[in-house]
Design a protein around this ligand. Sequence first.
Ligand SMILES: Nc1ncnc2c1ncn2[C@@H]1O[C@H](COP(=O)(O)OP(=O)(O)OP(=O)(O)O)[C@@H](O)[C@H]1O
Length: 328
Amino acid sequence: MGVEIRVEGLRKSFGRQVIWEDVSLTIPAGEISALLGPSGTGKSVFLKNLVGLLRPDRGHIYVGGGDVPRLRESDLYALRRQFGVLFQDGALFGSMNLYDNIAFPLREHTKKGEAEIRRIVLEKMEMVGLSGSERKLPGEISGGMKKRAGLARALVLDPEIILADEPDSGLDPVRTAYLNQLFVDLNTRLGATFLIVTHDIGTARVLPDNLGLLFRRGLVMFGPREMVLSSTHPAVNQFFNARRQGPIGMAEEKDLAEVAAESAPQSMPAPIPPQLMPSDGGLRPAMRRPGEWLREHRVTPPPGSFIDDEGRNWLTDWDALAAQRQRR
Ligand SMILES: Nc1ncnc2c1ncn2[C@@H]1O[C@H](COP(=O)(O)OP(=O)(O)OP(=O)(O)O)[C@@H](O)[C@H]1O
């Protein structure tokens, strides 16, 4: 039911370019986490370190007992089978139809027969809503379908951990909403650990259990969604509320004089929206009670938080809402 990833003191550079100095965080098992940050802060590099495609200068990445940077090539191969990775463009082979693309990891990494492969491929295609598109070539389908095909391929080896690098890039808002719902439903069904890199603030605000921000060669914050979205930390507040005022500038970092000269005072965090729920009407095992982190830490939510589209307040109406969903 999902595997925890524990990162300690990670540093990565390319020549004289330091990407980050000292990244430490624990990505909880079975939960959905999202990692954000301005362009070039090393989000993709971070994912590649997790699966051992890049090696850090120093630090540890503990996954299921092993320390990824210190694994031998053969152990790394076994470790990678625990991961399902969705690359930015879906990384599909253009000359293969969707069926063969999705079957590829099974043919490469297992000794399963074609009947078994067929069962798995059709099951995963059904999960991501691609039934009937088996014979289509990647060039014949939309961007959203490519992402879903890439996701189906990432799922065929039943991974404990799913990494997705900007799965929503280039998608329209409606397709992004469908993809986010798919992540919620897959997490409910599979219980795998999800780490999603995204630039989409809308996604970051409603999808994950945990949020992180990379900036200034480090991890500024990582923790429960409620902690990050209620934070008044200047960079966190600026980024997750998509504001111009704050330390993040066009070329990554503003200088101090520029920040001091800003006329607008720092604003309050925006209301925290309710989290996405599974579409089958049930509850997600990893989901925490709304407002739990805020209450535990005596933080007052920004006004208007946790009100859903139907006008219900999840802080006051949660027991009734949860009971209703549990009865289904
Ligand atoms: N293999 C590599 N060799 C040298 N430099 C690299 C390599 N991979 C990444 N970089 C550099 O590391 C920095 C971070 O890159 P990365 O792609 O991780 O950023 P990112 O945060 O994912 O950006 P974006 O949001 O724009 O996708 C960039 O400056 C990039 O040029």
